[in-house]
Ligand binder design. Structure first.
Ligand SMILES: Nc1nc2c(ncn2[C@@H]2O[C@H](COP(=O)(O)OP(=O)(O)OP(=O)(O)O)[C@@H](O)[C@H]2O)c(=O)[nH]1
Ligand SMILES: [Mg+2]
Length: 427
C-alpha cells in the first residue's frame, strides 16, 4: 500500500517525563508505533515534572501550549506516551479539540489492524473490550461516537426500559467479554492438545523471542531453508514493520547429525506492552513458557539495542518466565561493521540472511539443548519393537543393527530417556 504523507492523519506526540532516564527512548518508540499505525508524526512535546496531574495529565499551561503547537501543525490526533485515565482523556480532548490516543490504545489499534487469524483477532478484541470497560461513561451514548476511536464497535443504541445507558453498555460489553473468553478457551484447548503431542515426542523445544522487528521470523525461515527438506515446513510471514507476527508458528528443525528440535516463532515485544494484551495473548505465548531454551533475537544494528534487550527481559519477567536458559542472538550484523558470524559464550553475532551464520546459530542452539544428552549403546530384545520405534520417532538413533540375540542401537538420549532405557544399556 502506498501512502502519501498528505493523506495520512497528522499526529502530535506528548508525554510527561518523571525524570525517567529512558524517557527519550520511550518517545522514540511512540513515534515508531505512530508510524506503524499509518499516521504522520508532525511534532512532539514533553513536560518535565515530579507529578502527573490527575485531571489533565499535563499541567494546564502545558496543555494550552500543546494545543497551540498541534493546531499550528494541523495535527488531528494527540498521542500520549502513557496509559491515561478516562477522565484525563476526556479532559484533554475537550481542551485541545483533538482526538486523544494513549499508548495502550495505539498499540491495541496496531494489533487490531495486523491480526489475521481468528485467535489473534479474538485476543486483540478481548484486550480492547477490557480496556474500554472501565472507561464507559454515564454521559456517553456510545463510546465510539464520542471518542471516534477505532476500538470496539458494539451497537449500544437500544436503551432498555428502566436501565441507564451506562448499565446497558456495561452489560453488553460484559457479555461480549465472556463470549470471547469462552471462544478463546476452546481454541486454546486444541492448541494444548497439539502442544501435548509435541511434549510427548520429547524433542527439545526452542522459542525465538525478542523485540519486535528484530528478525525472529526471518531467522526461523532461514533455519527452515537450511535444515528442512519436508514439504510441510512452511515459511512464516516476515516484514519490515512492527508486530508483523501476531501468532505462534511451530516447526521441526532436522539437523544434519540426526538431531531434531522444535522451534517456535511468536509475537514480538515492545516497552509497556499493555497488561490486557499480555493477558489476552496467554495462549499464543504458551510456547515460550514450555520451551527448554529461549533465543533472544536482538537487532544489533539498532542504536537502542541495550534498551531493547532490557525490554525483552522485562516482558519475560511479566510473563513469569525467569528460569529458562537464554541465548542472546545479535542479528543484522551485516548492517554493522563487525565480523560475523561470531560465537562468544552463550551469545552469537550473526545475520539471518547469511547461511553460514544460520549454521553457526544452529550449532550454538544444538550445543546448549543437547549438552546433557548422552550417546549410549543399547541392546533391546527382538520382541521390543515398540521401544525401538519410540527411539526412531525421536530421530536420535545414530546406528541400528538387528542380530540374532537382539537389536543393537547407538542412540543419543535425554537424561529422562536414559533413565527409561538404563536397563538395556551395554557398556
Ligand atoms: N539487513 C538485514 N535485515 C534483516 C536481517 N534479519 C531480518 N531482517 C529484516 O528485518 C525485518 C524484520 O524481520 P522479521 O523477521 O519480520 O522480524 P520479527 O522479529 O519477526 O518481527 P515481528 O514479527 O514484527 O515481531 C525484515 O525486513 C527482515 O528482512 C538481517 O540479518 N539483516
Ligand atoms: Mg515476526
Amino acid at each position: 500500500m502506498i501512502e502519501t504523507k498528505e493523506k495520512m492523519v497528522k499526529a502530535y506526540l506528548a508525554g510527561v517525563n518523571l525524570n525517567d532516564p529512558n524517557f527519550d527512548y520511550y518517545m522514540a518508540e511512540l513515534s515508531e508505533l505512530t508510524k506503524a499505525n499509518h499516521m504522520q508524526v508532525v511534532g512532539q512535546a514533553n513536560q518535565k515534572t515530579d507529578k502527573i496531574s490527575a485531571g489533565t495529565y499535563f499541567g494546564l499551561g502545558k496543555v494550552n501550549q500543546i494545543k497551540a503547537s498541534a493546531q499550528g501543525l494541523k495535527a488531528k490526533v494527540l498521542i500520549i506516551n502513557d496509559e491515561l485515565t478516562p477522565t484525563q482523556i476526556r479532559n484533554l480532548e475537550k481542551m485541545t479539540k483533538l482526538r486523544v490516543l494513549d499508548r495502550t490504545e495505539l498499540i491495541l489499534e496496531i494489533f487490531s489492524n495486523r491480526a489475521k487469524t481468528k485467535q489473534a483477532k479474538l485476543q486483540v478484541r478481548l484486550a480492547q473490550l477490557q480496556y474500554e470497560f472501565p472507561r464507559l461513561h454515564p454521559s456517553e451514548n456510545n463510546l465510539d461516537q464520542q471518542r471516534g476511536s477505532g476500538g470496539a464497535s458494539g451497537g449500544f443504541a437500544n436503551r432498555g426500559s428502566g436501565e441507564t445507558q451506562l448499565e446497558l453498555n456495561r452489560r453488553t460489553l460484559g457479555k461480549q467479554i465472556t463470549a470471547i473468553k469462552e471462544e478463546l478457551k476452546n481454541i486454546s484447548k486444541q492448541e494444548t492438545i497439539k502442544s501435548a503431542r509435541r511434549n510427548n515426542s520429547r524433542l527439545p523445544q526452542v522459542a525465538l523471542v525478542g523485540y519486535t522487528n528484530a528478525g525472529k521470523s526471518t531467522t526461523m525461515n532461514e533455519l527452515l531453508k537450511v535444515f528442512s527438506d519436508r514439504a510441510n515446513q512452511k515459511q512464516v510471514f516476515e516484514k519490515d514493520m512492527l508486530f508483523a507476527t501476531l501468532d505462534t508458528s511451530v516447526r521441526r528443525i532436522n539437523l544434519d547429525d540426526k538431531l531434531s528440535f522444535i522451534l517456535s516463532d511468536t509475537v514480538g515485544f515492545i516497552s509497556k506492552l499493555p497488561h490486557n494484551l499480555i493477558e489476552s495473548f496467554k495462549a499464543t505465548l504458551q510456547e515460550i513458557r514450555e520451551a527448554d531454551l529461549l533465543v533472544n533475537i536482538v537487532d544489533s544494528s539498532d542504536q537502542n539495542m541495550i534498551q531493547m534487550i532490557k525490554t525483552t527481559q522485562t516482558v519475560l519477567k511479566e510473563l513469569g518466565i525467569t528460569d529458562i536458559p537464554v541465548i542472546t542472538a545479535y542479528n543484522k550484523a551485516d548492517l554493522t561493521k563487525r565480523n560475523y558470524p561470531q560465537i562468544e559464550g552463550n551469545d552469537i553475532l550473526y545475520s539471518a540472511k547469511d547461511p553460514q551464520s544460520i549454521k553457526k546459530l544452529a550449532s550454538l542452539i544444538t550445543n546448549r539443548i543437547f549438552s546433557n544428552y548422552e550417546v549410549v549403546n543399547l541392546k533391546l530384545p527382538l520382541q521390543a519393537g515398540k521401544l525401538a520405534a519410540y527411539l526412531h520417532e525421536n530421530g536420535q538413533v545414530l546406528n541400528e543393527e538387528y542380530k540374532e540375540n537382539g537389536i543393537y542401537l547407538t542412540v543419543r538420549l535425554s537424561p529422562k530417556d536414559l533413565n527409561k532405557y538404563i536397563n538395556y544399556q551395554i557398556k
